[in-house]
Design a protein around this ligand. Structure first.
Ligand code: UGA
Length: 452
């Protein structure tokens, strides 16, 4: 079995590592964060991801899963993944500090080895990075060329947090970019062996196309969401309109498709915001103004603010009002708060002097670390809404869908719900006596109500 290494134990790196171990590959995990290394070594996932704890436990039990801060042990490996973070600088451009460090660490660790290693860039990097930044570091340090001394490929990752293990084990495509045919072929052979069922489409192309495919993928998905949010905002002004029905109606057109048409408070997370900003900054550096992608970002930045306004308008000011916020993670099945709209919304409501009580099934600890005691922390969704003047659904966890409409009526000071993720049936909630506002839901159509 190929000996593998993974540099960077974020969601992509750690999931990649445990999935490799599951398939029987020996894995060396390298991360400079001592605390994280200790946690992973002890079998404690540093973040919540369904299935990860079990996969990590299994990895450790194989006895061939090592976790270290010392990159030199990588000398024995045949394939190294670069999975470190690529944050934005303050001007939105990409910060390649960690990518450069990982490249240098890999180069130094294999400089004495005679066995040319496959080096695989999974981190999201702007087009040109693998050719102009990573390859020169390896060539300079090793004194050898790509295709002989090492085999370098760009291999972007498309996994979603919350579904990361499934996505890693069932990729819809594998994109391999290189400027060396032998490098592409070696990585392709590795994956054919890894995914023995062979259902994934393999796309072999240049470094730059592989890098741009990743950005285009995320930018397209973010644009799709901003588009449906824009239609939602129009629908809210039309009595009788409902964006959910409109999304279903356009989704059956298979040129459009049903996925990523859930209107809501906007997209967050560690990827879309960062990648969209980096793509905009990169385009501008090439003297191209990416108007459409600018609009995608601007639409998203305004979307959560509409909810704050909705809440304030409906309650006639927020001073002294008690607002229950259900859901904090940037999406369900994760505890990740990075660029979560919840935090922006909560901060705005606090500025308006509201009292905020929050609940999330997984992200409470991260929320405490982020906004401390500025808000009250509830133990359940029910206690969160107790005595509140408004309940805002921010993240669509399944357990919130199951709250019976009567619970809002019985436990809130006034039963007023803003459904920011469209998880409730408006007719059911209103029939129970709940005042409901929802993203993309037009004012109640009085004619329709009389007729039904
Ligand atoms: C995203 C991409 O989907 C992955 O393919 C990619 O690998 C990853 O970024 C990355 O670059 O690493 P992720 O950030 O985990 O994955 O989450 P998504 O499921 O894409 O959701 C992103 C945001 O869009 C969330 O805030 C979610 O609530 C929002 N969203 C999603 C909507 O508002 N509406 C939708 O219909 C779908």
């Amino acid at each position: 079995m190929f000996k593998t290494s993974v540099f960077g134990l974020g969601p992509v790196g750690l999931v990649t590592a445990v999935c490799l171990a599951r398939k029987g590959y020996p894995v060396l995990c390298v991360d400079s964060d001592v605390k994280r290394v200790r946690q992973v070594r002890d079998g404690a996932p540093p973040f919540f991801e369904p299935g990860l704890a079990e996969y990590l436990k299994h990895s450790i039990e194989t006895g061939r899963f090592n976790v270290t801060t010392d990159p030199s042990s990588n000398a024995q490996s045949e394939l190294s993944y670069i999975t470190v973070g690529t944050p934005n600088k303050s001007d939105g451009s990409i910060d390649l500090t960690y990518v450069k460090k990982a490249s240098l660490d890999i180069a130094k660790s294999i400089s004495e080895s005679n066995n040319p290693q496959i080096v695989v860039v999974k981190s999201t990097v702007i087009p040109g990075t693998t050719r102009n930044v990573i390859k020169p570091i390896l060539e300079r340090e090793l004194g050898k060329k790509n295709g002989t001394g090492f085999f370098l490929c760009s291999n972007p990752e498309f996994l979603r947090q919350g579904n990361a293990i499934y996505d890693t084990e069932h990729p819809d495509r594998i994109v391999i970019g290189s400027d060396d045919q032998e490098a592409s072929s070696r990585l392709e052979r590795f994956y054919l062996n890894y995914y023995s069922s062979g259902n994934s489409k393999i796309i072999k192309t240049t470094f730059e196309n592989a890098e741009l495919i990743k950005y285009a993928n995320n930018a397209f998905l973010a644009t799709k969401i901003s588009f449906i949010n824009c239609i939602a905002n129009i629908a809210e002004l039309i009595p009788g309109a409902d964006v959910r029905i409109v999304a279903d109606g356009i989704g059956v057109d298979d040129r459009i498709g049903t996925k990523f048409l859930n209107a809501g408070l906007g997209w967050g997370g560690s990827c879309f915001p960062k990648d969209i900003k980096a793509l905009i900054s990169f385009s501008k550096s090439l003297d191209y103004e990416p108007t459409l992608i600018d609009a995608t970002l601007e639409t998203n930045d305004k979307q959560w603010q509409r909810i704050a306004e909705m809440c304030k308008g409906e309650l006639g000011g927020l001073g002294g009002k008690r607002i229950a916020v259900l859901g904090l993670a940037f999406k369900p099945n994760t505890d990740d708060l990075r660029e979560a709209v919840s935090i922006k919304l909560v901060r705005r409501l606090l500025e308006e002097k509201a009292t905020i009580v929050v609940y999330d099934p997984a992200a409470m600890r991260n929320t405490k670390d982020t906004i401390g005691n500025t808000v009250e922390y509830a133990r359940s969704s029910e206690t969160c809404i107790d005595g509140s003047d408004c309940c805002i659904i921010v993240t669509e966890w399944d357990q919130f869908r199951e709250i019976p409409p009567n619970t809002f009526v019985e436990r809130m000071r006034q039963p007023f719900v803003i459904d920011g993720r469209r998880i409730y049936d408006p007719i059911r909630l209103r029939a129970a006596g709940v005042r409901l506002l929802a993203i993309g839901l037009g004012p109640e159509d009085s004619n329709q109500r009389q007729n039904t």
